[in-house]
Ligand binder design. Structure first.
Ligand code: PGA
Length: 258
């Protein structure tokens, strides 16, 4: 009976769409971060999950601000794959979990490109996140050059296979894949929703070929109030929103349009 309940609960969670707001390195002060949180909370919804991902330093305060809110979870933009040690400037998954983080972005293209994170490093982070009981949002996606060479599925498949290397099947439910074409991030050039749906189907098939399971796959890259409904209504499990999530009016409009 308990097992059945756990399975039903898992299925329910898997079927819920998720809207993720990645604040990146915004805003600059705790006061502004709190204000933004308070404004987002004014919105009412309960049919999908929402996760906001502020800069690391604001997390504790925001978790505290949202302690009576069951619908919004907090994520972190990055973590280290070791629990402790001589890693100056890094943040462990354990410490993020301790302050109330539920989701951690792994392999965002800005980290891959600007901070030279490799697929192997990203895999270590994903492993650490899920083994610690949190959910990893594994970001994948092709560059413009790779798209022009027709390598979209190849790039995604490689990033999935290395990113999920040695992830135990029992932890696969703790992974969300975010398909984020690099050329769409912060550029205003959103991927055509039919095209995104097709690529996401390939991503699901690749995961199914490895685990015989389906996981949530969301889309990110220039999602805004004008295009979110089109993407949301496809066979896509949600959206990862960057720039448009740091304006409470825009983010609330997006939520209300879904
Ligand atoms: P964007 O960013 O919505 O500003 O394109 C997406 C992301 O950072 O994941």
């Amino acid at each position: 009976m308990r097992k059945r309940f756990k399975k039903d609960l898992q299925l329910f969670i898997m079927q819920r769409k998720i809207l993720v707001g990645n604040w990146k390195l915004h805003p600059s002060t705790m006061c502004q971060a709190l204000q933004l949180t308070k404004e987002i909370v004014k919105t009412e919804y309960d049919i999908f999950d929402i996760c906001i991902i502020p800069p690391q330093l604001f997390i504790s305060t925001i978790v505290n601000e949202l302690k009576d809110n069951q619908n919004i979870c907090i994520g972190a933009q990055n973590c280290h794959y070791e629990s402790s040690g001589a890693y100056t400037g890094e943040t462990s998954v354990e410490s993020l979990k301790d302050i109330g983080v539920k989701y951690i972005l792994c392999g965002h293209s800005e980290r891959r490109i600007l901070f030279e994170e490799t697929d192997n490093i990203i895999n270590k982070k994903v492993k650490k996140v899920v083994e610690s009981g949190l959910t990893a949002i594994l970001c994948i996606g092709e560059s413009l050059e790779e798209k022009e060479f027709g390598l979209v599925n190849e790039v995604c498949n490689r990033q999935i296979k290395i990113g999920l290397h040695e992830i135990d099947i029992n932890n696969i439910d703790k992974i969300i894949i975010a398909y984020e074409p690099v050329w769409a991030i912060g550029t205003g050039k959103v991927c055509d929703s039919d095209q995104a749906e097709k690529i996401i189907k390939n991503i699901r098939d690749t995961v199914a070929s490895l685990y015989n399971r389906t996981i949530r796959v969301i889309y990110g890259g220039s999602v805004n109030t004008k295009n979110i409904r089109d993407i949301w209504n496809k066979d896509i499990d949600g959206c990862l929103v960057g720039g448009a999530s740091i304006n409470s009016q825009i983010f609330n409009d997006m939520i209300q349009s879904l």
